[in-house]
Design a protein around this ligand. Structure first.
Ligand code: SF4
Length: 458
C-alpha cells in the first residue's frame, strides 16, 4: 500500500529514473489507481530509452519474483503491463518486463514519506491526473454543467434504446426486455452468461404458470448454467432438501436441455458479493418468468401517474418477487442459512434495471410507435430517477473530468449515466494525456454559447 501511494503521488526523482537494465525511463503518465482486481495502475504512459512511448498498466510489488509468486505470469489481466515497479531487486527473469526499483529513487527518506502520506496525502493535489477538460468544466456554471451532462445522458438513453429496438426486430419486444433484464442481473462480471440463459427462454419457459413454476424454472436455469451441485444428501438440511427438489425436476429435463448447458467456467465468481451470486440472481429471474402477467404489470407501472418518490419503491415491489422459503434466507445453493430474511432485489439493482434496461426499453417502444407522449414519460422517469450507488468508475471519472469541483448537482442517476457516456465517447477514444480529445473544446464552446447541443455520439 505504501509503494502504491508513493507511485500514485509520484514521490520519486522523476528526472533521473533508469530501469534495472540502466536504460533511461520517463514516466509520461503514472496511470490511474485500480481499486479492482488486476494491475495496480491502469493506462500509464512510459518511455524507455528512445523508444516510442508505450501505454499500458503498472504492476507494483516488493520484489521482481513476486510476479511469479503472485501468478501474474499467464494471467490475461496482466497482459498489458508495461512496467514492473518494485521496492528492490533487479532481476527481470520473472516477468521479462522492464523493472524500476524504487528504493534508491525516492524524493525523501522513507520514514518522512510515510509520515507525509499519513498526514498530508489526502489533501495533496493530484492535478497531474486531471484531464484537460477539467479546467474548462470548472469554468461552467452549475446550469451549464448540468446541461452538458444531460445531453450526454440523452445520448446514452437513445443508444441503449436503439440497441433494444434492433434486438426486438429479431426476437420481439418481450424477449429483448428479458435479455436486458437478465444481463443487468449478472452485473458486470456475469452479464453475458445471464444474457445467454435469457436467450434460451423460448426453450425453457412453460406454457402454463403453475404453483411450482418457479422451482421448475430454477431447475432448468441451474441445470443449464452448469452451477447445479452434483453432490447432495437428501434430508440433512434445508439446503440439501432444496437441491434435492431441484434435481427431482432436472432429472426429467436434463436429456432435452443438456445440449444448451454452459460450462461452469464461464461464470466469474471470484470477488462477486454473496448477494450478487448467480445462484441468487437466477432464483430471482425464475420468479420473474414464473410470475403471471409480469410484463403487463410493468406496462401498468409505466403508465401509472406516480409521484417521483414512488417510482423506485413501486418498481422494486413489482420486481423483488415473493418471499421464498429458501432464497429469502440463502445466498447460494451451498451457503448457510441467514439469520434474517433478505429480499432478492435491493434498491441499487432496481435502479440499475430501471436506468439501463426498463426505461430505455419503454423509450424504444415509444420511438418505434411514434409516441412522443410515451417518450416524454420515459424521459421524465429517466431524468428524475434518484442517484445510483457511487462506484469506483464514477469516482474516477468525476476526479478526472471535474478535478476538485463540487459535483452534487450531478447526483441523479441519469447524470451519472451522462458522465459514463462522456468517458465512453471521449476518454476511451483518447489516452491518459488526453491527446486529440475534442471534449475540452466542446466545453469551451458551451461556456460561450450555452444551449448548443454539445454531445453527439462518436
Ligand atoms: S480524454 Fe477528454 S474527456 Fe477524458 S479527461 Fe481527457 S480531456 Fe477530459
Amino acid at each position: 500500500m505504501l509503494l502504491q501511494q508513493i507511485w500514485r503521488y509520484q514521490r520519486i526523482d522523476r528526472e533521473h529514473l533508469r530501469t534495472a537494465d540502466g536504460v533511461p525511463l520517463r514516466i509520461l503518465h503514472p496511470g490511474f489507481w485500480n481499486h479492482e482486481s488486476g494491475p495496480d495502475f491502469r493506462d500509464a504512459i512510459v518511455q524507455i530509452g528512445e523508444l516510442t512511448p508505450s501505454a499500458g498498466d503498472i504492476e507494483i510489488d516488493l520484489h521482481p519474483n513476486n510476479w511469479r509468486d503472485h501468478r501474474h505470469e499467464g494471467n490475461p489481466a496482466y497482459r498489458s503491463v508495461v512496467l514492473h515497479v518494485v521496492w528492490e531487486g533487479e532481476t527481470r527473469v520473472a516477468s521479462g518486463l522492464p523493472i524500476l526499483a524504487l528504493n534508491n529513487v525516492l524524493d525523501a527518506p522513507i520514514s518522512e514519506l510515510r509520515q507525509w502520506l499519513d498526514v498530508h496525502a489526502s489533501n495533496a493535489s493530484l492535478a497531474f491526473l486531471e484531464g484537460k477538460c477539467s479546467a474548462p468544466l470548472r469554468g461552467l456554471s452549475n446550469a451549464q454543467l448540468v446541461d452538458i451532462v444531460t445531453q450526454a445522458a440523452q445520448v446514452r438513453l437513445q443508444s441503449k434504446a436503439n440497441h433494444f429496438e434492433a434486438r426486438a426486430r429479431f426476437v420481439g419486444w418481450e424477449q429483448a426486455l428479458w435479455e436486458g433484464m437478465f444481463g443487468a442481473l449478472g452485473y458486470k462480471q456475469n452479464s453475458w452468461p445471464m444474457r445467454r440463459i435469457a436467450e434460451l427462454l423460448p426453450e425453457l419457459r412453460m406454457n402454463e404458470i403453475s404453483p411450482k413454476a418457479s422451482l421448475v424454472l430454477q431447475a432448468k436455469f441451474f441445470g443449464i448454467s452448469g452451477l447445479l451441485p452434483s453432490q447432495f444428501l437428501a434430508g440433512k438440511s434445508p439446503t440439501e432438501n432444496h437441491v434435492r427438489s431441484i434435481w427431482d425436476v432436472w432429472w426429467r429435463e436434463r436429456d432435452r436441455l443438456i445440449p444448451y448447458a454452459l460450462p461452469a467456467s464461464i461464470w466469474r465468481l471470484h470477488g462477486v458479493r454473496p448477494a450478487n451470486h448467480p445462484h441468487r440472481r437466477l432464483a430471482l429471474a425464475s420468479q420473474w418468468i414464473a410470475t403471471e402477467r409480469l410484463l403487463k404489470r410493468l406496462e401498468a407501472w409505466f403508465m401509472e401517474p406516480l409521484a417521483d418518490k414512488e417510482w423506485l419503491i413501486s418498481l422494486r415491489r413489482l420486481l423483488e418477487g415473493n418471499p421464498d422459503p429458501f432464497w429469502s434466507f440463502h445466498h447460494t445453493l451451498g451457503s448457510r442459512r441467514l439469520i434474517r430474511s433478505k429480499p432478492l432485489l435491493g434498491r441499487e439493482r432496481t435502479t440499475d434495471l430501471a436506468i439501463n434496461v426498463i426505461l430505455p426499453w419503454f423509450w424504444a417502444r415509444a420511438n418505434a410507435g411514434n409516441s412522443n407522449e410515451m417518450k416524454r414519460a420515459a424521459e421524465s422517469r429517466y431524468f428524475g430517477w434518484p442517484g445510483a450507488q457511487d462506484n469506483s468508475v464514477l469516482r474516477h471519472a468525476r476526479n478526472r473530468l471535474m478535478g476538485g469541483r463540487e459535483t452534487r448537482v450531478l447526483d441523479r442517476a441519469a447524470l451519472q449515466q451522462g458522465i459514463l457516456q462522456i468517458v465512453r465517447d471521449f476518454c476511451n477514444q483518447s489516452n491518459s494525456l488526453c491527446e486529440h480529445c475534442g471534449f475540452p473544446d466542446l466545453v469551451r464552446h458551451v461556456e460561450t454559447e450555452h444551449g448548443t447541443n454539445a454531445c453527439e455520439p462518436v
